[in-house]
Write a protein that binds this ligand. Structure first.
Ligand code: CA
Length: 240
């Protein structure tokens, strides 16, 4: 999940950034309205956490500019005594609000609810062959056995699983999972793919995570030939 936090209070921004990163989210932080608006318009976030009171242009102005162009889910952070702010935010197209101070767990629950709504067509669980991925609890199972994944490995798996059958380039993966521009000197994607493959594929069959030379990676059960073609006995393996 890719999240933008627009919050001028350094402490709150750091706290949210750290907490969400630990949840496996890719997080951008803007400390004023101008930067927040720029990032919100330039990039595709799954959700934006937008403080109302910001230096420069306030949260309402950012929301207004955003809603002219896109429907990225927005949760606004408002002050306790500012009921009119909540109403103004919701009328301006915010999807939800939280009153400061709020608990991190509440924010997390609201973010999850919002992104579920945003991706109405996305099921809570994805399945590829006997690999089962629960996007809400962030757990994966293969042949009903729980696979122990780090937060980044889970994010990588989820990114591939959402686009199963589709070849994803290293650049796309780097941006979607690590929120970074791909640098050809880094092999972070390759290393992570290798680790993930060892966990989800090595003891199992069919193999699901495939490297497509020169193009990227794809998650799909690989059949030896088109499913509609008559299956021949596997006698050709020795010829290659
Ligand atoms: Ca503020």
């Amino acid at each position: 999940m890719k999240i933008l936090i627009v919050e001028d209070e350094q402490k709150t921004a750091d706290y949210l950034c750290k907490g969400l990163t630990e949840q496996g989210c890719a997080v951008d932080v803007a400390h004023n309205g101008v930067d927040g608006q720029h990032l919100a318009l330039q990039h595709d976030y799954d959700v934006i956490v937008l403080d109302v009171m910001l230096p420069g242009i306030d949260g309402f102005a950012v929301l207004h500019a955003l809603r002219e162009i896109k429907q990225t889910p927005v949760i606004m952070l408002t002050a306790r005594d500012r009921v009119e702010d909540r109403i103004k935010g919701l009328q301006g197209g915010a999807d939800d609000y939280l009153v400061k101070p709020f608990s991190f767990l509440e924010l997390l629950a609201r973010l999850q609810a919002l992104t579920r709504r945003g991706r109405a067509l996305e099921p809570a669980q994805l399945r590829i062959a006997d690999l089962q991925i629960d996007l809400i609890s962030r757990k994966a199972y293969r042949a009903n056995v729980r696979i122990d994944l780090t937060a980044k490995e889970f994010s990588l798996l989820a990114v591939l699983a959402r686009r199963q059958g589709e070849i994803l380039s290293k650049t796309a993966i780097a941006e979607l999972v690590w929120d970074m521009n791909f640098d050809s000197n880094t092999n972070v994607v390759e290393v992570a793919i290798k680790r993930l493959r060892a966990k989800i594929d090595t003891p199992f069959s069919p193999k699901l995570l495939h490297t497509i030379r020169g193009m990227g990676y794809v998650l799909e059960p690989r059949e030896p030939r088109e499913p509609h073609e008559p299956q021949e006995p596997r006698t050709q393996e020795s010829s290659e």
